[in-house]
Unconditional design. Structure first.
Length: 391
């Protein structure tokens, strides 16, 4: 929800120059109709939305002199409207999203932290960072100045905090048996799509970016107590030589899943010294990250696989985030409904992928879905309904 809140809370509605005091977007003034008639056929959207005639007796175009008026029916009140992140300031809106992506690149650091501190502590730290970043940003929205600067600052830490998704996936897979790992990973993906639906519903109800962010704050609030309920990874505990803690986690899992322990407790603790020494020995012989990186660079096969994975993830994320973020722009009136429809389609796709993952080889399935995605993306320009003044 936090990741996609940008698309609706900082959305840029249709706009144009304010030509007189009582000018409104819904009812075009005679001055604006005359302005449109005088524009050449080669005029761009920028000319129509961000320029005006210097005066009634001149056809020289100049930037808007009396501010802007907006189509409030699409998004409602957004941060782009309040700070006028349009026209010559539009690059600042893009900057906020790039800063968020730079924070999300911290997934490399959070992966190292989860190996050093554990999955549980890392997830809780990132949740706290997300909570404070949201609250600081929310309070600054009511400040008279420095809104954009603090918003950009908080967006960076929000992007960094969102990387707890990858750490959560690792923890989930380490807590799940081999037979249920595909199901567990898909459940996490379903929750991602469900968050998009909830976000669009909340944003549609309020149509005010401040109220929507307050709703996100309330949504994140219960997660500050997650540390009490979140177990540590038994696999990580064993690697650290903390065998007793690992077995306590496993005992809790047996109890919650209502599986009989029988004589397993006695078997667990009878092997404690052996397991402890084995874990310590494995820790001593475990290579450092620098050594792992050197091995990856030296191995031709591993270099090839790593480069392919980087390319696959770069393409997948570019297409996914690009299309998901552009969904509200594809319509003039119903961005929230289209956003919900996109999330529902995503859930359907996840369901199909879940069914086929156990029937088809993963590599072939990946290739098939990439080809289908490419074909679907190719049809977007053909089916895109041009806006009234689009070129």
């Amino acid at each position: 929800m936090v990741g996609f809140s940008y698309d609706l809370n900082v959305g840029t509605p249709n706009h144009r120059c304010r030509l007189h005091t009582n000018d409104t977007y819904e009812v075009p003034s005679p001055e604006y109709e005359y302005f449109l008639k005088q524009l050449p056929s080669s005029a761009r959207n920028y000319d129509r939305q961000c320029t005006m005639f210097r005066n009634n007796s001149s056809t020289e175009r100049v930037p808007c002199q009396q501010g802007y008026i907006f189509d409030m029916k699409k998004y409602g009140d957004t941060l782009s409207i309040e700070l006028e992140l349009i026209c010559d300031k539009f690059h600042l809106r893009a900057l906020t999203q790039n800063i968020y992506s730079a924070g999300a690149a911290g997934a490399l650091l959070t992966g190292l932290l989860s190996d050093r501190w554990g999955r549980r502590k890392t997830i809780y730290l990132l949740v706290l960072i997300l909570f404070f970043a949201l609250n600081i940003m929310q309070l600054v929205f009511y400040a008279p100045k420095y809104k954009l600067q603090i918003f950009i600052f908080c967006r960076f830490f929000q992007g960094f905090a969102i990387t707890f998704h990858s750490v959560s996936l690792v923890l989930l897979l380490e807590l799940t048996g081999p037979k249920r790992r595909v199901l567990a990973a898909n459940i996490l993906a379903y929750s991602f799509a469900l968050g998009q639906i909830l976000l669009a519903a909340v944003a549609r109800q309020f149509k005010n970016y401040k109220l929507t962010y307050w709703a996100l704050n309330i949504y994140v609030l219960p997660f500050i107590f997650i540390y009490v309920f979140l177990p540590e990874s038994p696999r990580w505990l064993v690697q650290q030589g903390r065998i007793r803690e690992a077995r306590k986690v496993l005992e809790r899992m047996f109890t919650i899943n209502r599986r009989p322990l029988n004589d397993r407790l006695e078997l667990f603790y009878s092997c404690l010294p052996t397991d402890f020494l084995a874990a310590r020995e494995a820790e001593q012989h475990r290579p450092t990250y620098f050594n792992v990186l050197k091995r990856l660079c030296r191995s031709k096969l591993m270099r090839k696989r790593c480069l392919l994975l980087i390319a696959v993830w770069a393409v997948a994320l570019s297409v996914y985030l690009g299309i998901s973020s552009a969904l509200p722009v594809l319509t003039d009136r119903i961005p929230h409904e289209l956003f919900i429809a996109g999330a529902i389609c995503e859930m359907i796709g996840l369901g199909v992928c879940h069914i086929l993952a156990s029937l088809v080889e993963r590599r072939r399935l990946l290739i098939i879905f990439f080809v289908l995605t490419a074909l679907a993306a190719a049809f977007i320009p053909l089916t895109y309904d041009q806006q009234k003044y689009g070129k």
